[in-house]
Write a protein that binds this ligand. Structure first.
Ligand SMILES: NC(=O)c1ccc[n+]([C@@H]2O[C@H](COP(=O)([O-])OP(=O)(O)OC[C@H]3O[C@@H](n4cnc5c(N)ncnc54)[C@H](OP(=O)(O)O)[C@@H]3O)[C@@H](O)[C@H]2O)c1
Length: 280
């Protein structure tokens, strides 16, 4: 039986992947902030899958919790087959308007959390020639205005993962980047729109961005199960790809970013952004 550890299992992709891997017959170590107090989240799964669901409180910023979980997993199972670094959130707004704490926290969760988890569980993954899935985003290969910190955190996850893919290949540990477009999870609800005040020179653009985001979010059809099932399918491959883009919007963005010459790409985007973000 494979042992699969998932961060940010309390909602969205993380919760769905927990259910999907359990249904597949794996033992899932579901981790999340204050998960043990939020008993309702996995009430059904606890009943249905019994000992194959193991739950831990784990905030990916908390080194003590991360190391404690790694020790318990080592004692209980001695190794790990799959690590899914999924926990993350979005901070949208202008760089000038963020506080130092906001900037640090975005990187702490999305990037350093992935670093800390990966480093702490590598000894257990090596024993099984295991696999790591790191959640990036379309914003991991494409910059976007008023999204600079979120993009930076995901670009950082990309650099980390590409490098580790090569660093760990001789140990048989593989890494794959998961790059979803927009999917219906709680990501939008948990998104922080950093409106500083109405005097900020970015206030209007951010408002326009939020309106556009909400408009497209309401129309969004892509179901997160596509990603959960996709990660399960990838996990069963002998050799996993370096990256996997999910969603039609994701695939379109990937083609645009990969095949349109950079000079044209920016002329096109600057026009579009000026039109939609700066309108009165
Ligand atoms: N949905 C999309 O359209 C989309 C697109 C591209 C990439 N992504 C990426 O997909 C991943 C999952 O997001 P989602 O869409 O499933 O959003 P979600 O429904 O908001 O789930 C995010 C999860 O991350 C957890 N989390 C946040 N901060 C954490 C921390 N410090 N420690 C541990 N867990 C923490 C949340 O826990 P709490 O319940 O405690 O808040 C929650 O379980 C993220 O990395 C996100 O950047 C999402």
């Amino acid at each position: 039986m494979r042992i699969v550890l998932i961060t940010g299992a309390t909602s969205g992709f993380g919760k769905l992947m927990t259910q999907t891997f359990l249904a597949h017959g794996d033992l899932v170590v579901a981790t999340g902030r204050n998960l043990k107090q939020r008993r309702e989240i996995f009430e059904e799964e606890r009943e249905k899958f019994g000992d194959r669901l193991v739950e831990f409180d784990l905030d990916v910023r908390n080194e003590h919790q991360v190391l404690e979980v790694a020790n318990i997993i080592e004692e209980k199972f001695s190794s790990l087959d799959i690590l899914i670094n999924n926990a993350g959130y979005g901070l949208f707004g202008a760089l000038e308007d963020f506080s130092n704490e906001q900037i640090k926290e975005q990187m702490d969760v999305n990037f350093y959390g992935t670093v800390l988890m990966t480093r702490s569980f590598l000894p257990l993954l090596r024993k099984k020639q295991g696999k790591i899935f790191n959640f990036s985003s379309v914003f991991g290969f494409m910059g976007f205005p008023l999204t600079s910190l979120y993009c930076a955190s995901k670009f950082a996850v990309e650099g980390l993962s590409e490098s580790l893919r090569l660093e760990l290949s001789s140990f048989g540990v593989q890494i794959c980047l998961i790059q979803p477009g927009g999917f219906r999870t709680d990501f939008g609800k948990n998104l922080i729109w950093n409106f500083k005040n109405e005097h900020s020179i970015y206030d209007r653009s951010l408002r326009n961005y939020q309106n556009l985001h909400d408009y497209f979010a309401a129309k969004k059809k892509q179901h997160p199960l596509e990603v959960a099932n996709g990660v399960l399918k990838l996990s069963k491959l002998k050799r996993i790809p370096m990256r996997k883009v999910f969603g039609q919007d994701g695939k379109f963005s990937y083609l645009l970013k990969t095949f349109v010459p950079e000079s044209l790409y920016f002329i096109f985007f600057e026009k579009i952004i000026n039109k939609f973000f700066n309108k009165p």
